[in-house]
Design a protein around this ligand. Structure first.
Ligand code: SF4
Ligand code: SF4
Ligand code: SF4
Ligand code: SF4
Length: 283
């Protein structure tokens, strides 16, 4: 997957026609073979844009900040990224008329070992679901499968599962990088901020970390698109996907096979209602 040339051509055209103020894409990192986001504001910087199977990060995260919020923005989205964009549109965080979206029909990105990333192996929608212009050949929606690690986890009892999460979250340093890197965590005042949350009184104990991460994962339940920006940002390399993929599985099974951001104006799992829903808990 190398769409560098096409993306540079589109970005140049958008600047030449004065359709955008900023183009959000990827550029080569200066000191290793990873790519980092770039916010191009002048046509002279367009040649820095790149797109290959190392274009890993979900760029829609950059739509939630002030410097892009009220600007006309060109942006590149893969399938998972476009689902996040759908969520941001549905939740009124971005204006569609301000965006020019280049949708990628994605064949998967690579992890640090040069292998296809785990979320790509399990990806249900590699094609962009929101776009103005499309690059690549669509491969269509795939069948949903439960994440391999979650399958293992589900075999454990509830107490054992709780203890497992407690143990791994002991290594959380409460840096909030996971939250900041998630496109769907855009609240200006976040209830799990270590510095400001009254709940934790500025503390960073294992129990506050556990509580914060559990709360965070519930705020993403039915909204997470499995882009794994959060996991890549975590300096402690915690397997955060376990939380989100577990929630995704439960929601898929109990909320009419809901998957976040697949459709326009889908307000999410908790807005879905069917006469066939189990209601045995209602008096
Ligand atoms: S999860 Fe899907 S859309 Fe996202 S990078 Fe992987 S294959 Fe592409
Ligand atoms: S919680 Fe993580 S995987 Fe889910 S949408 Fe946010 S950054 Fe992506
Ligand atoms: S964790 Fe919850 S409150 Fe904090 S930014 Fe994310 S969605 Fe908002
Ligand atoms: S990025 Fe990792 S270490 Fe930082 S708060 Fe999130 S889980 Fe904890």
């Amino acid at each position: 997957m190398d769409y560098t040339k096409q993306i540079q051509e589109i970005a140049s055209k958008l600047f030449a026609e004065e359709k955008i103020d900023i183009f959000i894409g990827y550029r080569q990192n200066a000191f290793d073979d990873n790519q980092v986001p770039i916010l191009v504001t002048v046509p002279a910087d367009v040649p820095n844009l790149i797109f290959t199977d190392k274009s890993v990060l979900n760029l829609t995260n950059y739509l939630k900040f002030e410097h892009t919020r009220n600007k006309r923005v060109g942006i590149v989205v893969k399938g998972c990224d476009s689902r996040a964009l759908n969520m941001l549109l549905t939740e009124s965080q971005v204006k569609r008329e301000n965006l020019y979206v280049i949708g990628i029909n994605c064949t998967g990105v690579l992890n640090e070992k040069g292998e296809k990333a785990q979320n790509c192996l399990e990806c249900v929608m590699p094609d962009a679901v929101v776009y103005d212009e499309m690059i690549g050949t669509p491969s269509g929606k795939k069948e949903y499968s439960v994440n391999v690690d979650v399958k293992e986890l589900a075999a454990k009892g509830l107490v054992e599962r709780g203890e497992y999460f407690q143990e791994i979250f002991e290594n959380c340093i409460r840096c909030n990088a996971c939250r900041h890197s998630c496109p769907l965590c855009y609240c200006t005042k976040c209830c799990i901020d270590q510095e400001s949350a009254v709940l934790y009184n500025g503390s960073n104990t294992p129990s506050s970390a556990f509580h914060a991460l559990m709360t965070w994962s519930l705020h993403l339940a039915g909204r997470c698109v499995d882009c794994r920006n959060c996991e890549k940002a975590c300096p402690s390399h915690l397997p955060l996907h376990l939380l989100h993929k577990q929630n995704e599985m439960v929601i898929y099974e109990n909320f009419q096979q809901h998957l976040a951001g697949m459709e326009k104006d889908d307000r999410g799992a908790f807005y879905k209602y069917s006469m066939k829903d189990p209601d045995d808990f209602i008096m």
